[in-house]
Design a protein around this ligand. Structure first.
Ligand SMILES: Nc1ncnc2c1ncn2[C@@H]1O[C@H](COP(=O)(O)OP(=O)(O)OP(=O)(O)O)[C@@H](O)[C@H]1O
Ligand SMILES: [Mg+2]
Length: 265
């Protein structure tokens, strides 16, 4: 298929008097590693919420040539968009494998009545789900931890489990909301390497939110910079680094962003 995988035009979200996302337009090519940066409150998560059907917006979003504006979150998951959340979304007393299978559950189509009638189909899907979960765990180096409860894992490993949980639905597009927030330098490197492994192994397109500009410079193909809901730059890492509006937004916001950021490093 030609054309971009994701095509967003004039996406706008208002919360009362606040314009959280202000006429933002961008394309993401198939196979691209695309980053969205911006200071706290810039509208990054709200933009993800638009892409994943969790908030109402004006404007248009197309995915793989199909308009997805107005679709519900579960319908968007079905077309091949998966995401992680800024705060850990794992069940702490459940094991790694159980958490990953929760991610997969949305993909299992044999409902209860069908499962009773066609027990075989439901059982086959269950086996497929486990096999596939193990493939994903393997890519992320989590196989040996499959039966370990989340609560006994270090934070960095939990973030990798979140990646596995999102990737297990075999999406085409994976949206990652500040996946390295709260990680130290070594854990950050490890997590970014895990994202790249996953991207290669599963042929994914990645959109990653990060508020530390330097972190995405090495990995992103292109970067969209937001500030107060508006796009203040879109281009290669070199172009973004040289963009005066981006530099100004970060210098102006540096005090606030270091004191209120979740990504303490
Ligand atoms: N549900 C909501 N109701 C009202 N205002 C909201 C809501 N969600 C977000 N906002 C506001 O919209 C703006 C953008 O918030 P958003 O969470 O998208 O920013 P962000 O770039 O993800 O920030 P951070 O780096 O802190 O995660 C902020 O002013 C925020 O207070
Ligand atoms: Mg956010």
């Amino acid at each position: 298929m030609t054309g971009p995988l994701l095509h967003a035009t004039d996406v706008t979200v208002r919360f009362g008097g606040v314009t959280a996302v202000d006429a933002v337009s961008f394309d993401v090519a198939r196979g691209e590693f695309f980053a969205i940066i911006g200071p706290n409150g810039a509208g990054k998560t709200t933009l993800f919420n638009c892409l994943s059907g969790l908030v109402k917006y004006s404007g248009e979003i197309e995915f793989a040539g199909t308009r997805i504006t107005g679709r519900r979150a579960d319908q968007i998951a079905q077309v091949g968009i998966a995401r992680t959340f800024q705060n850990l979304g794992l069940f702490s007393s459940m094991t790694v494998l159980e958490n990953v299978l929760v991610g997969r559950a949305s993909k299992i189509t044999a409902g209860i009545p069908a499962g009773l009638v066609w027990y075989g189909k439901a059982r086959r899907q269950d086996i497929d789900a486990r096999e596939h979960a193990y493939e994903v765990l393997n890519v992320l180096g989590l196989t040996a931890l499959a039966h370990t409860p989340i609560k006994s894992l270090p934070y960095g490993t939990r973030k990798r489990v979140e990646l596995a949980k999102a990737a297990v639905v075999t999406p085409q597009l994976l949206l990652l909301d500040e996946p390295v927030a709260g990680l130290n330098h070594a854990e950050t490197e490890e997590l970014i390497a895990a994202v790249l492994d996953l991207k290669d192994a599963m042929d994914l397109t990645i959109v990653l939110i990060e508020h530390d500009t330097f972190l995405v410079m090495d990995v992103a193909d292109r970067i969209l910079a937001l500030n107060f809901g508006q796009s203040i730059g879109l281009g290669t890492p070199a172009e973004i680094q040289a963009n005066p509006r981006v530099v100004e937004a970060y210098l102006g916001a540096s005090d606030a962003s270091t004191s209120t950021s979740g990504s303490a490093r």
